[in-house]
Design a protein around this ligand. Structure first.
Ligand SMILES: Cc1cc2nc3c(=O)[nH]c(=O)nc-3n(C[C@H](O)[C@H](O)[C@H](O)COP(=O)(O)OP(=O)(O)OC[C@H]3O[C@@H](n4cnc5c(N)ncnc54)[C@H](O)[C@@H]3O)c2cc1C
Length: 295
């Protein structure tokens, strides 16, 4: 199917993109186009205007400053997967980027487009939630009269394909705290065989002392709930415990109680099956993070 008719504009700066969004009701940002264009062809999205932000250089790039990794929203998955800076600062994100889709998707898809689209099956919402990423959002005048604001990943996702972004706001960058030497982070997913989208995905960041005791934990699962879900019961059960097979199995089993009742099911995997897989993917992530997977 062809998309409905739309106007095409190329923005050369963030302020021009915001101005175009603010003055054209029904306009939409185009980043890598890997979600927006399929949505338009299926007529699930019918923007009156498409604002191409691909040429805005200030929205690209990867840097580390004062213990924070900063990634421009237009940075592609391939650029993240190729970056030694990301590998050193946040290996969990570096590895996840390698596992997204296929080379075409990684070459065109952007980190900003991925999270703005907020597909529950995407990997990055879960990973950025578990590492406690902060999203920089810009908007001015127009509908919301907002300037720049920062929103944590935990507050950014509102529901399937819904975020806190107002219609005239642009996500410009993502900031991630650089992982410390004693922090172990990993993401594991049961990947859809055709697309690599997460049927169920699980991310962990564990702080571990010299005796292999967990002193702090963040865990999140995605793919099965409308937005990434943290696991406070799992986190509480891990802290203060040695990271043995038995303790990890006991803690990860508690994710069931943190999931709530709104579990997604579709033709690929039922809600019941996804629920059962959550503890298993979480265990995989912890086993890989701690090195137990190699034994
Ligand atoms: C075959 C296939 C397989 C895939 N497999 C995976 C996978 O395994 N894991 C995974 O996580 N993802 C996967 N994806 C999704 C992919 O990773 C892209 O990141 C995603 O398609 C959106 O990124 P994009 O840059 O193409 O955004 P676009 O398609 O350009 O935009 C998506 C939406 O976000 C909005 N938007 C984009 N950028 C901004 C911004 N900076 N500020 C505000 N709004 C913005 C747009 O208006 C649009 O509504 C797959 C996609 C395809 C087509």
């Amino acid at each position: 199917m062809f998309a409905t008719e739309f106007e095409y504009k190329k923005a050369s700066s963030i302020s021009e993109a915001i101005q175009l969004l603010s003055s054209n009701e029904g306009a939409k940002i185009l980043a890598g186009g890997h979600s927006l264009l399929p949505m338009m062809k299926l007529r699930l999205a019918r923007p009156t205007m498409v604002i191409d932000i691909g040429g805005i250089e200030e929205m690209r790039g990867i840097s580390v400053e004062n213990g924070t990794l900063r990634i421009g929203a237009l940075t592609t998955h391939a650029q993240i997967a190729d970056s030694h800076v990301v590998q050193e600062a946040a290996g969990i994100l570096w590895e996840t980027a390698y596992g997204i889709g296929d080379p075409q998707v990684r070459n065109r898809g952007t980190i900003g487009g991925n999270v703005s689209h907020a597909d529950p099956a995407s990997d990055l919402p879960t990973v950025l939630t578990v590492v406690d990423a902060k999203f920089t959002i810009q908007g001015q005048g127009g509908i919301t009269r907002r300037g720049s604001r920062t929103v944590s990943a935990g507050d950014f996702f509102v529901g399937p394909f819904t975020t806190v972004l107002a219609e005239n706001e642009v996500l410009t960058a993502i900031e991630i705290p650089v992982l410390a030497e004693n922090q172990k982070a990993e993401y594991a997913k049961m990947a859809h065989p055709a697309t690599s989208f997460a049927v169920v995905g699980a991310g962990v960041v564990l702080t571990v002392d010299n005796n292999n005791v967990c002193t702090a934990a963040r865990v999140a699962v995605g793919g099965l709930t409308p937005t990434p879900t943290r696991g406070p019961s799992v986190e509480a059960a891990l802290v203060g415990k040695e990271l043995t097979d038995e303790n990890i199995a006991a803690a990860t089993a508690l994710i069931d109680g943190d999931l709530g009742s709104d579990i997604l099911g579709d033709i690929f995997a039922s809600a019941e099956y996804r629920r059962a897989m959550a503890a298993i993917e979480l265990k995989h992530a912890i086993f890989h993070a701690t090195g137990l997977a190699h034994h």
